[in-house]
Ligand binder design. Structure first.
Ligand code: GRF
Length: 217
């Protein structure tokens, strides 16, 4: 029985595509239960067959809670083992996060806890950081604050601008996400799930992605 993954996406879906490719070629023993978006025109939706697509417009709802309630019902109805935010650009309300606590992941384009939030590449450049990267973490109500699972590090090179840095980070996001999901699919996180502080306090030492695409301490 392969791991069931619900994916939340708002845009182009390159991380979703990485998941689809990994399932297709056997690197990830999983199946998609659906792609859920806050944008009916999100290109990510059209990477899967129509029955797996779900979208709604937040502006059609009274408030965040109302939208999140309907989104949460749709996700729950697809019976996922894990909920993966892969380029989902809306903040998840606390009630929605609590509904899937402990099994909702996000991939974020920075070395958390540095540069939570948006515009991470510009901020890393402005801060004069010498390295940057991506983080896979458990989602808690506080933005980008959940316990880290794994990270991939890339150098910031002389002459980098936002575009060159974003491209280098995106290139490491895909193997990082797949390696992290593969670990979950093989039950690899269980050995430290009991140590995961499911509140946003504290983070245990994340696994590190090596150049061969493997995770290690
Ligand atoms: C990625 O940088 C991801 O880390 C961030 O959204 C960006 C777009 O992701 N959360 P995708 O290409 O839509 O998967």
């Amino acid at each position: 029985m392969s791991m069931r993954i619900a994916v939340l996406a708002s845009g182009r879906g390159s991380n979703l595509q990485a998941i689809l490719d990994a399932i297709e070629d056997g690197r990830l023993r999983a199946q998609l239960t659906g792609v859920f978006s806050d944008r009916p025109d999100a290109p990510a939706l059209y990477k899967v067959a129509e029955p797996l697509r779900w979208s709604a417009r937040p502006k059609d709802f009274a408030d965040r809670e109302a939208f999140d309630a309907v989104l949460g019902d749709a996700i729950a109805a697809s019976r996922p083992d894990w909920v993966v935010c892969a380029g989902y650009m809306r903040i998840l309300g606390a009630a929605l996060v609590r509904r899937f606590t402990g099994r909702i992941l996000n991939i974020h384009p920075s070395l958390l806890p540095r540069h939570r939030g948006l515009h991470t590449h510009a901020r890393a450049l402005e801060a004069g950081d010498t390295e940057h990267g991506a983080s896979v973490h458990l989602v808690v109500p506080e933005l980008d604050a959940g316990p880290l699972i794994a990270q991939a590090v890339v150098p910031i090179l002389p002459g980098d601008d936002v575009d060159t840095l974003a491209a280098r980070v995106l290139a490491c996001e895909h193997p990082l996400l797949i390696a992290s999901l593969a670990l979950l699919a093989e039950g690899g996180l269980n050995d430290c799930m009991d140590r995961l502080p499911l509140d946003s306090q504290g983070m245990f030492t994340p696994l590190r992605l090596d150049s061969a695409g493997h995770l290690s301490r």
